[in-house]
Design a protein around this ligand. Structure first.
Ligand code: GLN
Ligand code: ZN
Length: 763
């Protein structure tokens, strides 16, 4: 019998119950017992849903009060000293949330800053980075996993606890205070794994899932070598171990992974189907092979017929040793499609969320184990009908969009002249001072703005009243910028809920769910738009707002758009065409908008590519291809304009060392980036590469309400001017100001403009 199992289920709840409980708890509106009750209720419900769907081994340990990596840090006692209170011997839920969110000090410096957060591989989930010290000690300090195993068993479930493997856990952390290799901590950490596995075995657990997703990365040799040693030691624990890999192929780690002395291996065949035959050949004959064939990272229904072809083949070879699962934890999927009562029937028939994905996994197992079962044939027929309806749907396949893409010529992604010529014309036309000042686009999203948008969406505010409310915000923003003496103004983005959703709503080929929430971090959830079909712009998306703003001032007004790569990265993409094709279609839609803005008299257009870097593949070998199509997509949307029109781009980070050539290949006239927190050190990449175009290195950190002084910003700018020729420097904040309040925004911008004037010598 092939076994249906799951690697992890979303913990947020189908109505984001966990988010609501966390936030109520943080506000003091819910006590700890209340919060714990919500968690218990969610876990019980999720196990039951999975079981009802037909999952035979249920994951335990996928629930977390904030983040699963943080749970591991507590389990191992990896608690930075700033969170250790003297009286409490053991960490508490307060400790956990303090590590996740920081604590507010009573006076200036009593607070402990939160642990750093970063992206979980190439997903949009963020985990809390473990902090290791050279003398790091590990001690079992948190009972959650064992308690939840008891809890599930008491409910009568067959469970498979999930732990992050020791090497992946160490890899995800950071060495703090002193230069040491975190691999040196391994020998101290391993006894804890031994304890954990033994305790789970004592609880009657038969199988444990040990996640080692770093096996899908390019690993240094020392880390590869450590694998065998680690699992030789852990194999003594008296229970069966399944190593789970996901988000990519094993490639050069394949032999290593296949031969680890454990009882099973899970591989991701959605991301890396090509690894299947080799794994089958290399897998020792005693081992279980779990095939991840249902995509845990997207919202589309699985093509069951196609998956079954692989499974039938695998079953012939493996028999009982075949397991079936989603490709990765369903943490990255929305919870339950049944909640979507307002989606049109056709689209709904194409989608599957976590609950439905569990059903798909179970159905695949059934199709192997009991092919004659009556519901199997029906489900397969239905899956085939879904694939057929998608393949033929005019909602997906649009000949005009495809024809336009096919007609794109190399010259379309090339500005008419080189930067050196363009900049001369731009300088003449824009007439800006040295060290021109600007902002990144958004101004504070006040509750008045959000209320107006909500009221309009609910039909409580007429269109005319809504437009007037937004115009009034624009007037306010323009007036403030003029008073501040900024050089290139923005309209403030009051009308935008989100930099992707705002455009997606106006691009044909996108669809939206109402409950398709996915955890981003802690209580933060995102609801990505879904790319359903070929994408095209039907009418101008921003021109009215921007020209209204331009009409209020004689200063230069910068048009503000979101770039194709970011649109793609922050949406659920199609699976029937490549990411590249989707990016190019988006690029053409945005190109039309750029040209409309230019035709309407807008002389500077910024195209944000906040997610450009995060699109980088996990494996270096795949970088070049990505960078090529991603830069090309950007150029395709930016290159239709005249030399005189200045194209800006913005990126919310500063790690450019390894991609600087591609950043240059985007050929934006001006790039604004995040540098203030790194003290301009990260401009080194631009200097070394002799980056040719203009740069605005952010001079103040917008993530904090703190108002930077003029002196600080002058210092940063002088530092920047040592690396970048002064005539190519812009002066701007790190990112958009939508999360800030007006008072601190104005105060900071006064200082920023003063800093620029000081550099010009006109202060
Ligand atoms: N223009 C956007 C803003 O100012 C950019 C945001 C971002 O890059 N994340 O909000
Ligand atoms: Zn930004």
């Amino acid at each position: 019998m092939a076994l249906a199992h799951n690697l992890g289920f979303p913990r947020i709840g189908r109505d984001r119950e966990l988010k609501k409980a966390q936030e109520a708890y943080w506000k003091g509106e819910l006590d700890e017992a209340g919060l714990r009750a919500v968690g218990r209720e969610l876990r019980a419900r999720h196990w039951q849903v999975q079981k009802d769907a037909g999952i035979e081994l249920l994951p335990v340990g996928d629930f977390a009060w904030y983040d699963q990596v943080l749970t591991h840090s507590l389990t191992f006692g990896v608690i930075p000293s700033r969170f250790r209170s003297h009286d409490a011997a053991r960490p508490t839920l307060q400790t956990l949330f303090a590590m996740a969110r920081g604590t507010v000090g009573d006076s200036c410096c009593g607070g402990a800053h939160a642990q750093e957060m970063t992206k979980w591989f190439d997903s949009n989930y963020h985990y809390l980075v473990p902090e290791f010290t050279a003398d790091q000690q590990f001690a079992l300090s948190w009972e959650q996993l064992f308690e939840e195993v008891d809890e599930a068993q008491a409910l009568g479930h067959a469970v498979k606890p999930v732990v992050i493997g020791p090497l992946t856990y160490l890899w995800l952390g950071k060495a703090k205070g002193g230069d040491f290799d975190r691999l040196e901590l391994l020998d101290r950490l391993l006894p804890l794994y031994d304890q954990i596995l033994n305790r789970l075995a004592a609880q009657g657990v038969e199988w444990v899932q040990i996640d080692e997703p770093i096996l899908a990365l390019d690993l240094p040799q020392a880390w590869k070598n450590a694998y065998e040693r680690v699992y030789n030691i852990l194999q003594r624990a008296p229970l069966k171990k399944l190593i789970a890999t996901y988000f990519g192929g094993l490639e050069d780690n394949l032999g290593l992974a296949a031969n680890l002395p454990v009882d099973g291996l899970h591989i991701d065949l959605v991301r890396a189907p090509e690894q299947y035959p080799t794994i089958l050949d290399r897998l020792p004959a005693y081992k279980v092979l779990s095939l991840g064939l249902v995509n845990g990272r997207n919202v589309w229904r699985c093509d069951l017929g196609q998956a079954l072809q692989v499974l039938r083949h695998a079953h012939e070879r493996l028999g009982e040793r075949l397991w079936i699962a989603p490709s990765c934890s369903l943490l990255h999927s929305p919870v339950d499609l049944a909640r979507e009562d307002q989606l049109d029937a056709e689209l709904r028939s194409w989608l599957a969320f976590a609950v439905q994905k569990c059903q798909e996994v179970a159905l695949l197992a059934k199709a192997i184990n009991a092919p004659q079962a009556s519901d199997v044939a029906a489900a397969l027929a239905q899956s085939q009908a879904v694939q057929a309806s998608r393949a033929a749907s005019p909602r997906i396949h649009k000949p005009d969009v495809q024809a336009r893409l096919a007609a794109v010529k190399p010259a379309d992604s090339q500005r008419h002249s080189a930067f050196a010529q363009r900049i001369v014309k731009q300088r003449a036309g824009l007439d800006l001072p040295a060290f021109p000042t600007t902002t990144i686009g958004s101004f504070p999203q006040t509750s008045a703005i959000r209320l107006a948008r909500q009221a309009y969406k609910q039909g409580k505010l007429t269109e005319a009243d809504y437009v007037e409310a937004m115009h009034s915000e624009i007037r306010h923003a323009v007036k403030i910028q003029e008073d501040l003496g900024l050089d290139v103004l923005v309209h403030g983005e009051a009308e935008r809920n989100d930099m992707v959703e705002y455009f997606a709503e106006q691009i044909d080929g996108y669809a939206f769910t109402r409950f398709g929430w996915v955890q981003s971090y802690g209580s933060r959830c995102v609801k990505p738009a879904v790319i359903v079909g070929d994408l095209s712009r039907t009418k101008a998306m921003t021109v009215e707002w921007i020209t209204y703003a331009q009409g209020l001032t004689s200063k230069v007004m910068k048009g503000m758009l979101t770039g194709p790569v970011t649109m793609l990265m922050w949406s659920f993409p199609r699976e029937d065409v490549s990411r590249e094709v989707q990016a190019r279609q988006l690029a053409l839609a945005i190109r039309d908008e750029v040209l409309d803005l230019e035709a309407a008299g807008i002389r500077v257009v910024q195209i944000d590519e906040a997610a450009f870097r995060e699109g980088l593949p996990l494996r270096h070998g795949a970088w070049a291809h990505y960078l090529e199509w991603a830069t090309e997509a950007f150029r395709l949307c930016a290159s239709g304009v005249r030399d005189e029109t200045q194209i800006h781009t913005h990126m919310c980070y500063s790690e450019f060392n390894d991609v600087i050539e591609s950043i240059a290949a985007m050929d934006a006239d001006v790039i604004t980036i995040e540098t203030s927190r790194s003290d301009m050190e990260l401009l080194a990449a631009f200097e070394r590469f002799a980056y040719p175009n203009e740069i605005g290195p952010g001079v103040y950190d917008i993530h904090s309400p703190r108002v930077p002084t003029r002196e600080e910003m002058v210092k940063l700018l002088r530092k920047a001017a040592r690396r970048i020729p002064a005539e190519r420097l812009w002066v701007n904040p790190d990112c958009g100001l939508k999360t800030r309040g007006w008072p601190e925004t104005e105060a900071a911008l006064v200082n920023m403009v003063a800093a620029a004037r000081e550099l010009r010598g006109t202060a």
